[in-house]
Design a protein around this ligand. Structure first.
Ligand code: NAI
Length: 385
């Protein structure tokens, strides 16, 4: 079976997320890194691409050049990852989908709900995959949580509690740091800072695991550092389509918290607790029973968990391997499409453009509710009401 060809836009030298994508895409031998426009500085992007092993004629200076160079090649890339800053996602993703490429776009997928709806329509019209990198949904035990909820191990889900709270923007004297400043500048970040950056991961996780969508929400948004226009902390109450109550806290001023992504799910028959910093253990408490620690890689887990676990039990797996599971799903989806067969259901779990759009609607709802002192507001995108 020939390897699929993979291209990347953004993720240049020194970027935060580029290495995790390259590790993830390369891990199972399904994708070969074949083309890239890796940096906003053309020469730096070409040079870095060549150093990473790209052929000189496929280490491009920018994404337009890459589109022209790839679209008519017989061995053109099968999948393009967009890992550039947020404001560029829409135009790049749109252009590549329209040229017939499958795309994995970083979150947030777009800057507005309208752009999000446009991407959903284009993906549907072109029949191309548009995935969104809610990469934490790739963890084996997150897949297992979803499987446990779906098969009824917890009964009806009453409550979900999600957090994504870190302390990396807590230093008020660091406000002019260029890596921090843009995130709280409405012109560059849009209507929300911390919720759009981190809160949407926690919200996506709550929806992914419960299999429900957000319908309405109420948000208390604050800038704990007063010079910031956009929020650095938010507490969001929400309601899911299956009746589950949702609570979410996201913060960037929580000193002492590192990554801080956690999920707890409480049903009629039991509760689950998982933390991204200890991703190889899942805590399950059955009603009236004893606390159980489920280990990644143990026997008799769900097919969804088995498929996304690579290293023997007791040896830690981490975040790039979660990203690798999104790529593993996408490789299966692309191959199934080429071969005209249905996709393996255990692989059909990668986040879609629809998830990216729902996140944008939630971002705008949080901003609206925050300004209205926590008033409950509609959180579904117009397209899905
Ligand atoms: P970064 O600022 O560290 O790196 C951005 C890279 O993109 C740089 O190499 C830059 O030269 C390049 N770039 C900028 N404009 C470009 C253009 N027009 N064409 C080609 N390359 C261009 O940013 P970071 O933190 O890596 O974030 C990138 C994206 O990934 C953001 O949308 C962010 O929200 C998302 N992200 C997602 C995470 C996840 O867990 N899914 C985690 C961290 C970031």
């Amino acid at each position: 079976m020939r390897k699929l060809k993979w291209g990347m836009i953004g993720g240049g030298e020194g970027s935060q997320i580029g290495p995790a994508h390259r590790l993830g895409a390369g891990l199972d031998g399904a994708f070969e890194f074949a083309a890239g426009a890796l940096d906003h500085r053309p020469d730096a992007g070409r040079d870095y691409g060549r150093r990473l092993g790209l052929d000189a004629d496929r280490a491009y200076g920018d994404w337009h050049e890459m589109l022209e160079g790839e679209k008519n090649r017989p061995n053109r890339v099968d999948l393009v990852t967009v890992a550039t800053p947020n404001s560029t996602h829409y135009e790049i993703t749109k252009a590549y989908l329209e040229a017939g490429f499958h795309v994995l776009c970083e979150k947030p997928m777009t800057m507005t709900i309208e752009e999000g709806e446009d991407i959903v329509r284009i993906a549907e019209a072109t029949g191309r995959i548009c995935a969104v990198n809610y990469g934490y949904s790739g963890y084996s035990l997150v897949r297992h949580m979803k499987a446990m909820v779906a098969r009824g191990d917890l009964g009806q889900i009453r409550l979900v509690k999600a957090e994504f709270a870190h302390g990396h923007h807590a230093d008020a004297t660091d406000a002019d740091n260029p890596r921090v400043r843009w995130r709280y500048d409405p012109a560059q970040a849009g209507v929300s800072a911390q919720f759009a950056d981190c809160g949407i991961h926690a919200l996506h996780m709550a929806c992914f695991v419960t299999g429900q969508d957000v319908e309405k929400l109420s948000a208390d948004t604050v800038s704990c550092i007063p010079s910031r226009v956009l929020e650095d902390d938010a507490m969001v109450n929400f309601r899911l389509s299956g009746g589950t109550v949702g609570r979410l806290w996201t913060s960037s001023i929580a000193i002492g918290r590192q990554h801080g992504l956690t999920l707890q799910v409480f049903g009629e028959k039991g509760g689950l607790r998982w933390a991204q910093e200890q991703p190889n253990q899942l805590y399950f408490m059955p009603l009236g029973g004893r606390l159980q620690i489920i280990e990644r890689g143990e026997a008799n887990l769900s097919p969804e968990a088995d498929r996304t676990s690579r290293v023997t039990i007791g040896h830690a797996e981490g975040m790039p391997l979660a990203f690798a599971n999104i790529y593993k799903d996408l490789a299966e989806a692309i191959r199934a499409g080429k071969e005209g067969r249905p996709i393996d259901p255990a692989a059909n779990l990668y986040p879609r453009a629809e998830d990216g759009l729902r996140s944008m609607a939630a971002v705008f709802a949080v901003a609206e509710s925050g300004l209205a002192h926590g008033q409950w507001v509609e959180a579904r995108p117009p397209m899905f009401r």
